[in-house]
Design a protein around this ligand. Structure first.
Ligand code: FMN
Length: 178
């Protein structure tokens, strides 16, 4: 699968996962894709906790499920952490940094034949959820939990969203000119 096909194949899967474990080497490949993302001023503000221990995964996804997470406990997942380190003076790029890392990982997950979903709103909308996940994973206070990516083989095909037409969002040379 080339990168263009991978980009088109990626979508947010919110259904159940089959019970096949994700080999650690695949989890490492996905995390390496996250580690390789660009970051503002190369501050590398994003960190990752790979999860493949069922008990720990269960505790984490239980907290997220309460907020409406649709799937069962996936066989693996990645918790995304950010540190508020300035790029320069008082300019921060850590949000952009972790967004780039998450997209890299979602593409790696897709390329390996797994499904996932960028779970962020369901974590950051409730500071208690963030705190509880941090406690479970023993995360130091300087790091903020901002995302969770389930990883696994989907039990069924999920629903793909519709996108606005390219002509409504992208133009050439001059705004509004198709
Ligand atoms: C910053 C951000 C936060 C998101 N948070 C959640 C979330 O908490 N739960 C969820 O189910 N999807 C979440 N998503 C996924 C979006 O809903 C999804 O990307 C969007 O509906 C487009 O669908 P697609 O990913 O299938 O293209 C988030 C996506 C982004 C970029």
């Amino acid at each position: 699968m080339d990168v263009f096909e991978c980009i088109q194949r990626r979508y947010s899967y919110r259904g159940p996962y089959i019970n096949t474990p994700v080999p650690r080497e695949n989890l490492e490949k996905i995390i390496k894709a996250g580690l390789s993302a660009p970051s503002g001023c190369n501050k590398q503000t994003t960190s990752f906790v790979g999860l493949d221990d069922h008990k720990i995964l269960n505790s984490v996804t239980d907290l997220i499920k309460k907020n409406g997470f649709g799937g069962n406990t996936p066989p693996a997942g990645i918790c995304v952490l950010t540190q508020q380190i300035p790029g320069y003076s008082n300019v921060y790029f850590n949000i952009q940094d972790y967004a780039a890392a998450i997209e890299n990982m979602l593409l790696a997950i897709t390329a390996l034949g797994y499904a996932s979903c960028w779970i962020e709103g369901q974590i950051t909308e409730n500071v208690e959820t963030q705190k509880h996940i941090a406690e479970i994973l023993n995360i130091p206070v300087e790091y903020m939990v901002v995302g969770f990516l389930p990883v696994g083989i989907p039990e069924k095909e999920g629903k793909r969203p519709s996108y606005k037409l390219a002509s409504e969002r992208a133009w050439y040379n001059v705004f509004g000119v198709p």
